[in-house]
Write a protein that binds this ligand. Structure first.
Ligand code: ADP
Ligand code: 5GP
Length: 184
């Protein structure tokens, strides 16, 4: 039976995961596995496209109903991968890319040991701060929390199979495409 490959992309907030994955998914025709979150939508984000934006009670109900492949508290909000976004796609041979935090990444690896773990980081911590600020989507408080949490997240890098240091968007996209193509 043809089975799709599962790619888990993690790394500090601002490392460039969404930017690179958006381009690569489009290039390779891979559908987005939409996560659920209790965080507020950012300007321009759409429910069902960027995330399923849920209330805390609704999220907890889905935990109870075992609808999540994994979930975690990240930067004070719940985030989770719905089984419904992943299982059928893999079974029908689609590749799936999950952009999730390191705690979630390792939970998924337990369920799918054959998953490929890809870690994203910036060349320097100054680049990370500059890019987080440049995104202009987060308050100062949120930026500070994300920078603080990035130090914790970077400790997980050696548990991942491969690291992409995001120097330029073009080069990082090339690297990710190469990784995906090499597993198919
Ligand atoms: P993440 O999804 O990891 O939180 P984003 O994809 O939102 O990160 O990227 C954070 C910011 O950095 C965005 O404004 C994005 O346009 C910018 N960015 C991404 N990759 C690069 C790069 N290689 N060089 C400069 N800026 C980048
Ligand atoms: P953001 O709020 O910037 O969209 O995402 C914040 C963090 O949550 C990022 O590290 C992102 O990878 C992570 N994240 C997004 N979706 C999920 C998910 O479904 N599960 C887990 N564990 N983390 C997620």
């Amino acid at each position: 039976m043809v089975k799709g490959e599962l790619f888990i992309v993690s790394g500090p907030s601002g490392a460039g995961k969404s930017t690179i994955c958006r381009i690569v998914r489009k290039q390779l025709g891979i559908n987005l596995a939409t996560s659920a979150t209790t965080r507020e939508p950012r300007e321009g984000e759409l429910n069902g496209r960027d995330y399923y934006f849920l209330g805390v009670e609704e999220f907890k109900e889905k935990i109870q109903n075992k609808e999540f492949l994994e979930y975690a508290t990240v930067h004070t909000n719940y985030y989770g991968t719905l089984k419904s976004e992943v299982e059928a796609r893999l079974a029908t041979g689609e590749n799936v890319i999950l952009e999730i935090d390191v705690q979630g990444g390792l939970q998924v690896k337990d369920v799918y040991p054959e998953a490929h773990l890809v870690f994203f980081r910036t060349p320097t911590s100054e680049d990370l701060e500059r890019r987080l600020r440049g995104r202009k989507t987060d308050s100062e408080e949120t930026i500070q929390l994300r920078l603080k949490n990035s130090l914790e997240e970077l400790k997980y890098e050696d548990k991942y199979d491969i690291t992409i240091t995001n120097h330029t968007v073009e080069k990082s996209c090339e690297e990710l495409v190469k990784i995906i193509n090499s597993k198919n």
